[in-house]
Design a protein around this ligand. Sequence first.
Ligand code: PLP
Length: 387
Amino acid sequence: MKLSHRMQNVRGEGAFEVLVRARQLEAQGRSVVHMEIGEPDFPTAPNIIAAGKRALDEGWTKYGPTQGDPELRQAIAEHISATRGISVGPDRVVVTPGAKPILFFSMLALLEHGDEVLYPNPGFPIYESTIHYAGATPVPLPLVEERGFSLDLDQFRKNLSDRTRMIILCSPQNPTGGTIHEADIRAVAEMIRDRDVIVLSDEIYSRIWFDEKPFSIASIDGMFEKTIILDGFSKTYSMTGWRIGYGVMPKWIADAVCLLMVNSVSHTASFTQRAAIEALRGPQEAVGKMVAEFARRRDVIVEGFNRIPGFRCARPGGAFYAFPNITATGISSTELANRILQEAGVACLSGTSFGKYGEGYLRFSYATALDQIQVALERIEKLIKRG
Ligand code: PLP
């Protein structure tokens, strides 16, 4: 017996693998600062938790509509219309258990063998893995550190071909924390306007930004008809474990995604969706506080890394990741990430966990308390100075 051919290039996520190794060290009595996992270290806000509990008491414990709770889809449509400056109805919204299934289902629904998908590299590892699983060909789009990890437009132009069927954009980004400049997104829109290409715009970090407000390609005239917006509750509302996200897309794609939903998970948990209505419509102070705290940590971590010999760290514009360039240490990313875990007790990820262009970088999630970040910086500095 063997696995299907389709499984050949399906990969996991480095973050979960490093977490296991870090926990093993802790079980041996070692102290580890966790900077590997991409989830906010804040609790879900009490009003959202209360709405979830209320929903359970009210009996939101049964099957529900595949596309999602109509009231939640309405709230999402209003939120997307207001924040992206477009007019979206609830028929375009599909609610999913986490935002990840939007990647999975839309690629399965749209891609054919031989199609090419342009995707950011370094990028969220699930992109490349799912493109392979869908039978298409991943075409990496390098990011430019000197431009705050925005796109390399010349390379983008070169990589665009008659076989390009999908383009993945992510801003603010995982793993770099970079934001794609509005001018670059406009340039991309011009390049694909007359092409038969769908944009998968991963906007999961759209509310976590510090300097330059992220710009959605869907806001450009005529582009929403070609765009799937992926967004959700995991990061903005610290709801990673509730498993709730959504996609907003042209109706014909929404119908196909719903068919794949009904063939797999049926729908997103009913009570979770009631809590998500509260997240969108209730008070937003917790989001503002969290983002302000991330900004404070960002400043500390960038300054700290830039003091370490051989490290050079660009100032991330959003999300909660720092992506220092470590080429001047002369050590490969994988080796340095391993040594930082084993010898310094700090869990981080090799840039190569996010694709081949991640060589020369490490990813640190600063979704951890400031005093822990300071401990991590001291430990890494000591390790590097020791040689
Ligand atoms: N997109 C990016 C870029 C992410 O970093 C993540 C989570 O790490 C997701 C999508 C998926 O989010 P969710 O936990 O809602 O499935």
